[in-house]
Design a protein around this ligand. Structure first.
Ligand SMILES: Nc1ncnc2c1ncn2[C@@H]1O[C@H](COP(=O)(O)OP(=O)(O)OP(=O)(O)O)[C@@H](O)[C@H]1O
Ligand SMILES: [Mg+2]
Length: 1023
């Protein structure tokens, strides 16, 4: 709904100059003029308040162009006022108006226009805009501007701080409204896909030229799908071979029946729209020179232009127009475009049909463009005739939309791009509006060649233009159709006939299918191919709008009804079942609480919703569906009363799921909150759990965290759970304590602890998978020989078949074992399988770990370029999430890979960075980084410094059983010593490294060291 507020300035002065009666006359004239201006544009004058007029557009009936109509009315009011001012000039008085225009939603459930108006915030803002306008100005609010930005000239003014509104409100000053948009291809915006459609149009044009007759083609498709644009692109091509005529049907107005025809005739006659009758007659005469029927044709055309009083029948008019076009098309082929024919009046459509059917001997392509409702109004529109074709435009493919976004805003961040693409559902209009809206709102900003997002874009908001188009389509439904589509929207994007039967009164069951068919004909819903009685909305936005516009009370009732049915109808409690049931109970509860806060029944409803969602959330968490868990657990926690014991436990799980998804900030704040609550409630079990969750997160974001402290807390938790006999808790604590032990360099002890954790983790699949993931790592880096790793992995794969995370852990371990034995290609394959499991599940950190294993495989195989590429990719992903825990390891491996490639400066830089972000006792990255720094020192000629660093790297892991790290450190030390000329010591270090490589079954590195030793001492390579 768009609201226009217009207030008069100067009426007091006028009142003083005029006697009361004349004053009233002037005011009456003013009111009449205002009312007329509003009504010709399809609005309603809501009321006169003193000198002010308030008008609404879009109530009771909505149009997609209500905002534009409102602005036209506002300008027309000013024109009317100017005329009035002419009459008042002698009195030395001038009237002026200030106008505010604003668009907002009509509140769902408002039973009358008045309700909607009383409730609407939109109205208040319009009034405030009006008060802020200067005399003579029209100010528009943000939404109105977004709706009309393509069609009017307007400029931003200082944002207004309005009474009763927080922050400031953007506003725009209307400058002018151009008559009609030029019908040409927009310059400088890309045109994608549609190659087949263009070729088809061209072929029809060629056919018309070849057989010298009129061919017709009708392009139909949903609003914004790209009909107009396709036609414009075609016309650009045809211009070289044909003359072009263009006429557009208008959605409303006086005398619009033949408007498009008149536009076409003007084009053919080459005359301007304000030409005098004489000019037009002369033009007609010139065109018809030598034509036998010229008098008769001229009579028809003159009547069409309205300057002849002669009564002419509709048939005569049709004939005359056809003859004139044939005359015009004599010398050069003709393309006639009729735009937006779905708005055309019946008589106009008859005329088009007449021309198409009877025109002969002149090559004419008649291109009609319209939305599907054209075919609804005229089901037989031209289609069964010869030389008449239909072209239905389907939405663009996902890839095409993706390319479109990329070319409009290159370099846009991946997440936002994906959301736009999925929300657009193939509608280029959506993409264009969305992008311009985001640019206007300065959410997207240009940075050199790329675009960056400023701040967080949580959801993709539907651009008002798209919303208006879709709402208007729903508005055209009759009440039966409307209520059915609303009920369907309650079910979701996809729904079945059964669902609708549940939601519909018994007496309507017979009709359901036929109503759905009508909706399908209007392209609002579609039958899902190959699935009986399953339908889906053609566009998710249609569902959303239908849902939102349904009154809350109705929604609440239907949700409850649907929930009851879901509950009764299914006996088996699958997770899908609980999610659906929980969702409907939850919605019913929320709506009821909004409608009647404090109502007694609400609590029970909320509790039931919470209990169902809780089960579903726990299940999602257990099967490592992190994003499902986040949504379900968040909603459960929201619904649970604050004294519910489960809340705190769920908060721990939620924190972990958020962390898995890479949302570390939110994870940290949930853990912190939960911990405070647990302490306040004196709930020790929850506290220990939350401490673990918090440490998991902290280790990932705070480099200064000391692992030994974390370990102490984990051990304490294990003791606590042991004493209370809480096996679930014990499993978690053992898992975590062992993981930390492993990082501290006690792989064997960690493995024992993990085995114990595993025994207690039955019934917690996600914990089990986590345990196995740690086990894999401890086996890779610890003393377990490659063959045994392999054996372990094979057994995990068979025992945990079907548990994706467990499988991925085993695949990763096995990949590494294979790589150690020299089978790089097999290893890569396995690692990639693990990666795709993590990627599928949307788990960025685990994915980064698997990717780094892949890089290590490449490193072992000596493919340094691939190593570097892979590591940089992980590096970037992790950086985005602000993770540092694993990033330090990735950075150190990257340093290593750079060092191997002799890019010493860069390697040194990376090594330093790795050290900066490591925990002070995190051996793995520190050792590796120090080794790299040692090489760098050696290169710089600082032999002593290099030796010291290399020795430090070795010493720091000597007391551990992480033999993979130790062996590499020794190898580096060997090279450093060699470079300083200390050959004996170098050989000793290398021998020790060799022994460890052999013990591990690291065939690849053992061979490499052996070669170095073999060529002994003298020419050890820099590798
Ligand atoms: N193939 C395409 N590639 C890129 N942009 C496109 C494409 N098709 C359409 N667009 C753009 O999408 C927007 C909407 O397209 P268009 O105006 O042609 O839709 P329409 O089907 O005519 O809609 P309506 O029924 O409302 O008239 C325009 O900005 C247009 O330039
Ligand atoms: Mg169009």
């Amino acid at each position: 709904m768009t609201v226009v507020f217009s207030d008069m300035v100067g009426s007091t002065a006028l009142g003083e100059k005029l006697d009361p009666e004349s004053f009233l006359n002037v005011m009456a004239a003013y009111y009449n003029a205002m009312r007329h201006a509003v009504e010709v544009h399809g609005g309603t004058v809501e009321k006169f308040i003193g000198d002010a007029v308030m008008a609404v557009f879009g109530v009771p009936r909505l149009h997609e162009d209500d905002a534009l109509r409102a602005l036209r009315a506002a300008l027309e009011m000013q024109t009317a006022l100017a005329r009035l001012n002419d009459d008042l000039r002698d009195l030395g008085v001038q009237l002026e108006t200030r106008t505010g225009v604003n668009t907002g939603e009509v509140l769902a459930g408002a039973s009358s226009m008045r309700d909607a108006l009383v409730l609407g915030d939109a109205v208040n803002t319009a009034a405030r805009l009006e008060q802020a306008a200067k005399p003579g100005q029209v100010l528009l609010g943000e939404t109105t501007y977004q709706l009309v930005r393509e069609s009017v000239h307007a400029e931003p003014v200082e944002p207004l701080s309005l009474k009763g509104k927080r922050g400031s409100v953007p506003a725009y000053r209307l400058i002018s409204i151009p008559e009609l948009q030029a019908w040409v291809r927009p310059e400088g915006t890309p045109f994608l896909s549609r190659r087949l459609e263009l070729a088809f149009l061209e072929s029809v044009f060629e056919a018309a030229v070849a057989d010298h007759s009129c061919h017709q083609i009708t392009i139909t498709g949903s609003p914004g799908v790209g009909k107009t644009r396709l036609a414009q692109e075609f016309v650009e091509l045809a211009r070289r071979k044909a003359n072009l005529l263009f006429g557009r049907c208008l959605p409303y107005g006086e005398g619009i029946t033949y408007w498009p025809v008149i536009e076409v005739l003007r084009g053919a006659l080459g005359i301007a729209d304000d030409s005098l009758p004489e000019t037009i007659r002369a033009a007609i005469a010139t065109l018809l020179e030598g034509n036998d029927a010229s008098t008769r044709i001229e009579r028809g055309i003159a009547s069409m232009f309205g300057f002849s009083d002669e009564a002419v029948t509709a048939e005569e008019l049709q004939w005359a127009v056809r003859k004139l076009l044939e005359a015009f098309g004599r010398d050069r082929p003709l393309v006639v475009v009729f735009e937006d024919v779905h708005w055309g009046e019946g008589t106009f459509l008859d005329l088009v049909e007449h021309i198409a059917r009877w025109s002969r001997e002149v090559p004419i392509l008649m291109l009609c463009i319209g939305r599907p409702e054209l075919l609804e109004r005229r089901s037989g529109w031209q289609l069964e005739r010869k030389r008449s074709d239909a072209l239905t435009l389907e939405p663009l493919s996902g890839t095409a939309v993706e390319t479109l976004v990329e070319s409009l805003v290159p370099g846009l961040d991946e997440g936002l791009r994906r959301r736009i693409v999925s929300a657009a559902a193939g509608l280029p209009l959506f993409v264009h509006s969305m992008v311009s809206m985001l640019i206007d709102q300065q959410v997207l900003r240009r940075q050199g060649d790329a675009w960056e997002t400023v701040g967080e874009v949580e959801t993709v908001i539907v651009p008002p233009t798209v919303q208006a188009v879709l709402s208007a389509r729903l508005e055209r439904l009759n009440s039966e159709e409307r209520s059915l589509i609303e009920r369907a929207s309650l079910v979701g994007e996809e729904f079945t006939l059964d669902d609708l039967e549940v939601l519909s009164p018994l007496e309507e069951h017979e009709e359901l299918l036929s109503i759905i068919e009508t909706l399908a004909r209007r392209d609002l819903v579609r039958h899902v191919p190959a699935r009986d009685e399953v339908f889906r909305f053609t566009h998710m936005l249609i569902r959303d709008i239908a849902y939102r516009e349904m009154p809350k009370k109705v929604r609440a009732d239907l949700h409850e009804r649907f929930a009851r049915w879901v509950d009764d109808a299914t006996t088996e409690r699958s997770h899908a079942h609980d999610e659906i049931l929980g969702y409907h109970l939850e919605q019913a509860f929320r709506l009821r609480s909004e409608l009647r806060p404090g109502d007694e029944g609400n609590d029970a409803l909320g509790a039931r919703a919470a209990s169902v969602l809780k089960t579903a959330g726990r299940r999602a968490f257990a099967r490592h569906d992190a994003s499902g868990a986040v949504s379900l657990l968040t909603r459960t926690i929201d619904l649970l009363p604050s004294d519910d014991r489960d809340r705190l436990l769920l908060q721990g799980d939620l924190a972990r799921a958020l962390m898995d998804l890479g949302d570390l900030d939110k994870a940290a704040s949930i853990a912190k909150e939960g911990l405070a609550e647990a302490r306040a409630a004196g709930d020790a079990a929850a506290e220990h759990r939350l401490v673990i969750r918090q440490d998991e997160i902290t280790l990932n974001v705070t480099p200064a965290t000391v692992l030994r402290d974390v370990l102490a807390r984990a051990d304490e938790a294990a003791r606590y759970f042991e004493s209370t006999g809480d096996t679930d808790g014990l499993a978690l604590a053992l898992f975590w304590a062992s993981g930390v032990r492993f990082w501290l360099g006690e792989a064997e002890v960690a493995l024992e602890g993990l085995e114990r954790a595993l025994e207690h983790s039955k019934g917690q699949p996600s914990l089990t998978a986590g345990i196995l993931t740690f086990e894999a790592a401890a086996r890779i880096w610890g003393p377990t020989p490659a063959v045994e790793i392999e054996r372990w992995a094979v057994s995990v794969l068979s025992v945990y078949a079907g548990v994706p995370i467990a499988e991925a852990a085993a695949l990763t371990a096995r990949a590494y074992a294979d790589a150690l034995r020299g089978d790089a290609s097999g290893a890569r394959q396995l690692a990639n399988r693990a990666r795709s499991i993590y990627a599928d599940m949307g788990l960025p950190f685990l994915l980064a770990r698997a990717t780094s294993v892949l890089s290590l495989i490449d490193l072992l195989a000596g493919d340094l370029v691939a190593t570097e590429r892979g590591l940089r990719e992980s590096y970037d992903t992790l950086r985005e999430t602000r993770e540092t825990g694993f990033l330090s390891t990735v950075t150190s491996i990257l340093a290593d890979a750079l060092c191997e490639q002799d890019k010493i400066d860069e390697a040194e830089q990376m090594a330093r960075r790795a050290i900066e972000m490591s925990s002070p006792d995190d051996l793995d990255p520190l050792t590796r980084a120090n080794g790299v720094l040692a090489v760098a020192r050696a290169r710089a000629g600082d032999a002593a410094g290099a030796e010291a660093l290399a020795a430090e790297a070795v010493e720091s892991c000597r007391s551990t059983d992480l033999i993979m790290i130790l062996s590499d450190a020794l190898r580096r030390q060997g090279h450093v010593l060699h470079a300083s000329g200390k050959h004996d010591e170098a050989v000793r270090a290398l021998r020790e490294a060799l022994a460890l490589y052999e013990r591990k079954g690291n065939v690849v590195m053992a061979a490499r060291v052996r070669a170095t030793l073999g060529g002994s001492g003298t020419e050890a390579s820099g590798a």
